[in-house]
Design a protein around this ligand. Structure first.
Ligand code: NAP
Ligand code: MG
Length: 401
């Protein structure tokens, strides 16, 4: 069989631990035999990030701006224990945070469904995609622990004058928090959501708490409404809708829905609800993630981390049963997008078949241990990491024939 040719490289961001092991296996068995793969390779493994003073992360993000499509392996976000383990020069920022700061995007997370794993919520037939506004709010807040009595104010020193507002008169010790967001960031979040809804032909929901937070959350609601004016006609043509509701109401509706829509969330809501959704849909190992940037680029990855415990088992020469599906779907997402942008139908068709092969193997009852424990049926087998990838390869060869 002739390998599929590519014209533009995909930015390849390698990573750490067990997912780095999976990365190699996926490339060797599921990609390289079939595609004349063009990538621009960046090693975001912690060893190389330390060696390059984390410059490699910045370079990989800049390459993504240049080429438009990246695929990323999970990476370690260093903490003090990792600093010791890897003898790091310093405590680097999370690579995802560095990349996001450069691409300025929105992360969309979607679960991968298969017949044998029933979501906790019986009505969910289709995936629910969460879009998390990954800027500001409590993640960039300033906090004070106060001691004794005193008064707290919120002060804005503007170029056009000062705004000052009393927060609270404390009679005793307490706590304070100030957070911010910018119209620009919210606008770009709204644009990313409307565009992604159009791209995937799904309804878009947005929720916040504007009844309580009239100015702050009210600003989110207003900006979404204003931006929607630009997309309204196209939404109508596609037969999809934009719908705003209070976050409490959104939860109630989500639990009774059939799925198949995008739920845009503020930063904290997205953080919390995406963990809830991934668990309710089955497993974090079946959750994909794509960062969509208003600068027109896409970075695909699995939502899970580097699966450290499995890696240490692997290093000891013990058998592992690590689920590669979300990482495979990161690759297929990137290949599909590259195919679409470059007009290479064969590339997108290949990616589709690879995804179908993963699901077909699961439907047959062949799976890794994480799914074995969650899935239904007696006719199923838990296999190890490389056996599972081999099964996908076999199925893929059949699909391609
Ligand atoms: P994790 O790597 O997602 O793993 C948590 C647990 O979930 C695993 O121990 C495993 O459970 C299960 N699991 C996750 N993915 C799996 C898979 N593909 N197959 C089978 N089981 C899977 O999260 P973590 O342990 O909190 O973090 C580990 C490292 O990853 C940290 O250094 C963190 O900084 C990094 N991280 C990176 C990203 C990213 O790059 N986007 C995201 C999150 C975390 P069992 O051990 O019970 O089998
Ligand atoms: Mg979280």
């Amino acid at each position: 069989m002739e390998k599929i040719k590519m014209t533009t490289p995909i930015v390849e961001m390698d990573g750490d631990e067990m997912t780095r092991v999976l990365w190699g296996m996926i490339k060797d068995k599921l990609i390289l035999p079939f595609i004349d793969l063009k990538t621009e390779y960046y090693d975001l493994g912690l060893v190389n990030r330390d060696k390059t003073d984390d410059l490699v992360t910045v370079q990989s993000a800049e390459a993504t701006l240049k080429y438009g499509v990246a695929v990323k392996c999970a990476t370690i976000t260093p903490n003090l224990q990792r600093m010791d383990e890897y003898k790091l020069k310093k405590l680097y920022k999370s690579p995802n945070a560095t990349i996001r700061a450069i691409l300025d995007g929105t992360v969309f997370r979607t679960p991968i469904l298969c017949k044998r794993i029933k979501p906790c919520v019986a009505t969910w037939e289709n995936p629910i995609t969460i879009a998390r506004h990954a800027y500001g709010d409590v993640y960039k807040s300033v906090e004070i622990k106060t001691e004794g009595a005193g008064s707290a104010y919120l002060v804005f020193e503007g170029e056009n004058g000062e705004i000052k507002q009393k927060v609270f008169d404390f009679e005793g010790s307490g706590i304070l928090q100030a957070m911010h967001n910018t119209d620009k960031s919210i606008e770009s979040f709204a644009d990313a959501c409307f565009n992604y809804a159009l791209e995937t032909s799904q309804d878009l929901w947005f929720s916040s708490k504007d009844t309580i937070s009239k100015t702050y959350d009210g600003n989110f609601k207003r900006i979404f409404e204003e931006r929607f004016a630009k997309y309204k006609d196209e939404f109508e043509r596609k037969g999809i809708t934009y719908f705003y509701t209070l976050v409490d109401d959104a939860i109630a509706r989500v639990m009774r829905s059939k799925g198949g829509f995008i739920w845009a969330c503020k930063n904290y809501d997205g953080d919390v609800f995406s963990d809830m959704l991934s668990t309710a849909f089955g497993s974090l190992a079946m959750m994909t993630s794509v960062l969509v940037s208003p600068k027109g680029c896409f970075e695909y990855e699995a939502a899970h981390g580097t699966v450290t415990r499995h890696y240490y088992r692997y290093l000891r020469g013990e058998e592992t049963s690590t689920n590669p599906i979300a990482t495979i779907f990161a690759w297929t997402g990137a290949l599909k997008k590259r195919g679409e942008l470059d007009g290479i139908e064969a590339l997108a068709a290949f990616a589709d078949k690879l995804e179908k092969s993963c699901i077909a193997v699961l439907d047959k009852g062949i799976m890794t241990k994480d799914l074995f424990l969650l899935s239904s049926g007696d006719d199923k087998n838990a296999v190890n990491t490389s056996e599972f990838i081999d099964e996908i390869q076999k199925e893929l060869i059949t699909q391609l024939a």
